[in-house]
Design a protein around this ligand. Structure first.
Ligand code: PLP
Length: 365
C-alpha cells in the first residue's frame, strides 16, 4: 500500500527522542504551561522569524483568537478564500464578523483579482491561506491591504516553513496562525496550534485571551477561552521541529519527481510553482476530469489519495445563508475539473513514486 501519509514510519525514525521527552514530562508532571511550552514557543518563533509565539489548543482556535485580537469593527466583512478548510471561515463568524468568500486563481490559491473585486467599505480584514503549502501571491495582496487599510491574518496551517521571496510565510501580515494537527507538515500527537506575530500588544492580548483573560492566577481582565498547547504536545513538536527542514526538502524532491514524470500526461493538470515561492508541499494536488473513478482505480492498485476539498466553502450547507449567485461561478466551485491529492510526504521512496506515476500513466495513455 502506498500511503497518503505515514505517521507510524515517521514516529519509528524519531522514537527514542520522542519517548524520552514524553516520559520526562510525565515524570515531572509538568503537563500544562511551564518550561516545555516556553521552549517550544521560542523555538517556533525563531523558526518563523517572528518575535512572539503563543501555543494554543488547535489551528481553529488560533484563527479565532488572532482575529479577536485585531478588534475589528463588529459586523464588518472579512474576506476568506472559497477553497480552504472550514476552520478559516468559522473563525470569522465566531467573532461576529461577516464572511465574504473570494475566488481562487488557477493554482487554487486566493486570487488577488477577486480580493480587489470584493473589497467594500465594510471590509476590515483578509484571511489569506497559504493553501497546500504554497505561498499566496503576497506582492499583489500586500498593496491592496495597504491601499484599503485592512488587517491581514495569514492562515499557515498547511505551510510551516514555506517561503515567498525568501521570507517565511507568517511574517507578511499583522498576525499568523498554525495548526499542528497530526497530519500537518509539523504535527503533534493530538491537537495543537500556534499564533505568531511581531506585535507585542497583539501577542499579549492573544496570550491572555487563550488563558481566560488572565493577568495573574485569579486575576481576569476580561473573559477569554481555555485554549492551551499542552506540554506533551510541546515536546513532541520541539523534537519534530529539528527535522522539519529535512522533511520539507524530501517533500520538495517528491514534488519535483511527480512534476517531472507526470508532465507528459495530457489529461492531468499539475500544480504550478509560482515565481519567487518555495512551497513546502503539504499536499500535491492534481486536476483531472475523471477524479472519482481515478481515485477508485488508484485505491484498487494500492495507492491512497485524498480530496482537498470535495466542496468549496460557499457551496456547503453551512453557508446556504450566504448564498450569492456569483459564488457558483467561482473556480473552486467549478466541478468540471476535479482536484485529487496524491500521496505526499517524506515517507515516500522513489520506487513508490515511480509506481504511482506508472498507474496514472496506465489510466491516461
Ligand atoms: C487551512 C486550514 N486552516 C485551519 C485549520 C484548522 O486547524 P485545526 O485542525 O488544528 O483546528 C486547518 C486544519 O485542517 C487548515 O487546513
Amino acid at each position: 500500500m502506498i500511503k497518503f501519509l505515514d505517521l507510524q514510519k515517521q514516529y519509528k525514525s524519531i522514537k527514542k527522542e520522542i519517548d524520552t521527552k514524553i516520559f520526562e514530562v510525565i515524570e515531572k508532571s509538568a503537563f500544562v504551561g511551564g518550561e516545555y511550552l516556553t521552549s517550544f514557543e521560542e523555538e517556533f518563533a525563531s523558526y518563523c522569524d517572528a518575535k512572539y509565539c503563543i501555543g494554543v489548543g488547535n489551528g481553529t482556535d488560533a484563527l479565532e483568537i488572532a482575529l479577536w485580537s485585531l478588534d475589528l469593527p463588529k459586523g464588518s466583512e472579512v474576506l476568506v478564500p472559497a477553497n480552504t478548510f472550514i476552520a478559516t471561515s468559522e473563525a470569522v463568524s465566531r467573532n461576529n464578523l461577516k464572511i465574504k468568500f473570494v475566488d481562487c486563481d488557477e493554482n487554487y490559491q486566493i486570487s488577488p483579482l477577486s480580493i480587489e473585486k470584493n473589497i467594500t467599505k465594510e471590509t476590515s480584514a483578509i484571511v489569506v491561506v497559504h493553501l497546500y503549502g504554497h505561498p499566496a501571491n503576497m506582492d499583489k495582496i500586500l498593496p491592496l491591504i495597504k491601499k484599503h487599510n485592512l488587517k491581514l491574518v495569514e492562515d499557515c496551517a498547511q505551510a510551516h516553513g514555506a517561503k515567498y521571496k525568501n521570507k517565511k510565510v507568517g511574517s507578511f501580515g499583522d498576525i499568523a496562525t498554525f495548526s499542528f494537527y497530526p497530519g500537518k507538515n509539523l504535527g503533534a500527537y493530538g491537537d495543537g496550534g500556534a499564533i505568531i506575530t511581531n506585535n507585542q500588544e497583539l501577542a499579549n492580548k492573544c496570550r491572555m485571551y487563550a488563558n481566560h483573560g488572565r493577568s495573574s492566577k485569579y486575576g481576569h481582565e476580561f473573559e477569554g477561552v481555555n485554549s492551551r498547547l499542552d506540554s506533551i504536545q510541546a515536546v513532541v513538536l520541539s523534537v519534530k521541529l529539528k527535522y522539519l527542514d529535512n522533511w520539507i526538502k524530501r517533500r520538495q524532491e517528491v514534488a519535483n519527481l511527480y512534476l517531472d514524470k507526470l508532465e507528459k500526461i495530457e489529461n492531468i493538470s499539475l500544480p504550478k510553482v509560482n515565481k519567487d515561492t518555495q512551497p513546502v508541499w503539504h499536499l500535491f494536488v492534481i486536476k483531472v476530469k475523471n477524479r472519482d473513478s481515478l481515485k477508485e482505480k488508484l485505491q484498487k492498485e494500492g495507492i491512497q489519495s485524498g480530496i482537498h476539498y470535495p466542496t468549496a466553502l460557499p457551496k456547503l450547507k453551512a453557508y446556504e445563508y450566504l448564498f450569492d449567485e456569483e459564488y457558483l461561478s467561482y473556480k473552486a466551485c467549478n466541478e468540471d475539473s476535479l482536484l485529487l491529492s496524491l500521496p505526499m510526504g517524506e515517507h515516500l521512496e522513489n520506487k513508490e513514486i515511480d509506481y504511482v506515476v506508472e498507474v496514472l500513466r496506465k489510466n491516461f495513455i
